[in-house]
Design a protein around this ligand. Structure first.
Ligand code: FAD
Length: 239
């Protein structure tokens, strides 16, 4: 058996999960060679669901702090080879980051579409909000940005499905998705005025939920660090 001791923070759905896929140290040596991926049943003795983390958004999923105190798991619950967990995790990140980009597209489009509808209905000083050229141009440009992100994401997915290494494109797509979601949500919220500042408004939900896109699955700066390396800009490790 493996005997697992430690803690994991920020784990999505961990308070309701039956199993957790855990990256754990199973040996000595360099950090990228001493880890394994292990499937852990969440009803094992020694597992404590210590805390539900209170968040500003993403309220549809719980996020937990989990303690592991000498939790015994059979070695046959390991995924793949021992010591290869870090490599597997880095490979998994490509798909997770492509998913981040792909799953950002529709919420952004809906946010823009609902804002267009709102702007066309909202009357002020004898005209509608959508009669303002600034509002028209801004919403048109945001939709253009979403289309550009869609093209990048589809290209990255296409090459990934063909078996190519898409580290650079997936990192670009993840970075752009996080940043653009923030821009779309913030710009649209502004056009809703006070209504945008209310909790029942779907635009304000994207403003809160979408903020995670630049943090989870590797922060924007981590994506930029990868890109600086893969694009040959950074010649030395960052200080
Ligand atoms: C709601 C939620 C759900 C999550 N779910 C999961 C989950 O299910 N499983 C899981 O494993 N993790 C999960 N996470 C963790 C998530 O992946 C991390 O929060 C994220 O990777 C950032 O790590 P950190 O919080 O430790 O921030 P830190 O590493 O402390 O970074 C803080 C900030 O420093 C900056 N920074 C970081 N690295 C660099 C760098 N190299 N160069 C320059 N600046 C840098 C960035 O601005 C970053 O936001 C979740 C997080 C949240 C908030």
């Amino acid at each position: 058996d493996y005997v697992i001791t430690g803690q994991k923070m920020w784990i999505t759905n961990s308070l309701q999960a039956d199993w957790m896929c855990l990256l754990v140290n199973t040996g000595d040596g360099p950090a990228h060679r001493n880890k394994s991926l292990v499937m852990v049943p969440m009803d094992r003795p020694g597992i404590e669901k210590a805390r539900k983390i209170r968040k500003i958004g993403m309220h549809s999923s719980d996020t937990g702090l989990i303690h592991f105190d000498e939790v015994r798991v059979p070695q046959r619950y390991r995924i793949g080879e021992e010591g290869q967990g870090f490599i597997y995790q880095m490979q998994q990140f490509q798909e997770e980051r492509l998913w981040c980009a792909a799953s950002s597209l529709l919420p952004m489009e809906e946010c823009i579409a609902e804002t267009v509808q709102w702007a066309q209905e909202r009357r002020m000083f004898g005209a509608t909000l959508a009669d303002q050229q600034w509002v028209q141009f801004k919403l048109a440009e945001l939709q253009t940005e979403v289309e550009a992100l869609r093209a990048l994401t589809y290209r990255a997915c296409d090459l990934h499905v063909q078996g190519q290494d898409v580290l650079t494109l997936a990192s670009m797509a993840k970075l752009k998705a996080g940043r653009l979601t923030r821009e779309v949500a913030d710009t649209c919220l502004q056009f809703w005025g006070g209504m945008g500042f209310t909790l029942e408004n779907r635009v304000s939900r994207l403003y809160r939920d979408g903020r995670l896109g630049s943090i989870g699955g590797g922060a924007d700066e981590v994506m930029l660090g990868i890109l600086a390396k893969t694009l040959g800009i950074a010649k030395r490790p960052p200080r």
